[in-house]
Design a binder for this molecule. Structure first.
Ligand code: PRP
Ligand code: HPA
Length: 177
């Protein structure tokens, strides 16, 4: 068990399980984008660790870009998604792979897909390390690669935070009942 601020969390996914899954997702991307270099779009802050591990395993030419959006406050989704750091890169006509740490309600992904479509990208693939199918409120959000489908419970670690803390943990923990 670990404590992050005022809450206790128990282990859910080990660092080695995460690394094996990242290998598998990278293998697929290496094959799918062999003929045209994609732009990997990292969604800050939560995706920084997954993004870094994934991009190191890509053997094809790639470019990287980042956007910062936010929707979660403490243990709950605020229901509102806003851009906090704008996308600066020109993605017109590019194949974009969105890299997220987690898809929970799906509102952040829905918002981001609209932003990218308005910029005239060629196509969009959605990749999330974690997915909570029972929390999804936007059925139109379809993920291309998912690391792990998990229960609708609050998690921290490997980029994911509780009130800003816990992002540095190399494994994923779930809130103790
Ligand atoms: O599917 P949703 O319900 O939209 O939730 C998923 C989003 O929530 C978290 O971001 P958050 O807003 O907490 O910002 P952060 O990445 O800086 O932690 C997470 O990183 C996703 O971007
Ligand atoms: O379970 C979660 N933990 C941390 N951040 C999140 N953002 C969406 N869901 C979560």
């Amino acid at each position: 068990m670990i404590q992050v601020l005022d809450r206790n969390f128990v282990p859910l996914i080990s660092a080695s399980e995460i690394q094996l899954r990242v290998d598998e997702i990278a293998d697929k991307i290496n094959l799918e984008y062999i003929s045209e270099p994609p732009v990997l779009l990292g969604v800050l802050n939560g995706a920084f660790m997954f993004f870094s591990d994934l991009v190191k395993r890509l053997q094809i030419p790639v470019q990287v870009a980042f956007i910062r959006i936010s929707s979660y406050e403490g243990l709950n989704s605020s229901g509102n998604v806003a851009t906090e750091i704008e996308l600066r890169d020109d993605l017109t006509g590019r194949r974009v792979i969105v890299i997220e740490d987690i898809v929970d309600t799906g509102r952040s992904m829905e918002y981001l897909v609209k932003v990218l479509e308005s910029k005239g990208v060629k196509d969009i693939a959605l990749v999330a390390l974690l997915h909570k199918p029972d929390a999804l409120q936007v059925p139109t959000v379809k993920l291309d690669h998912i690391g792990f489908s998990i229960k609708n419970k609050f998690v921290v670690g490997y980029g994911l935070d509780y009130a800003g803390f816990g992002r540095n943990l190399p494994e994923i923990y779930v809130l103790e009942e």
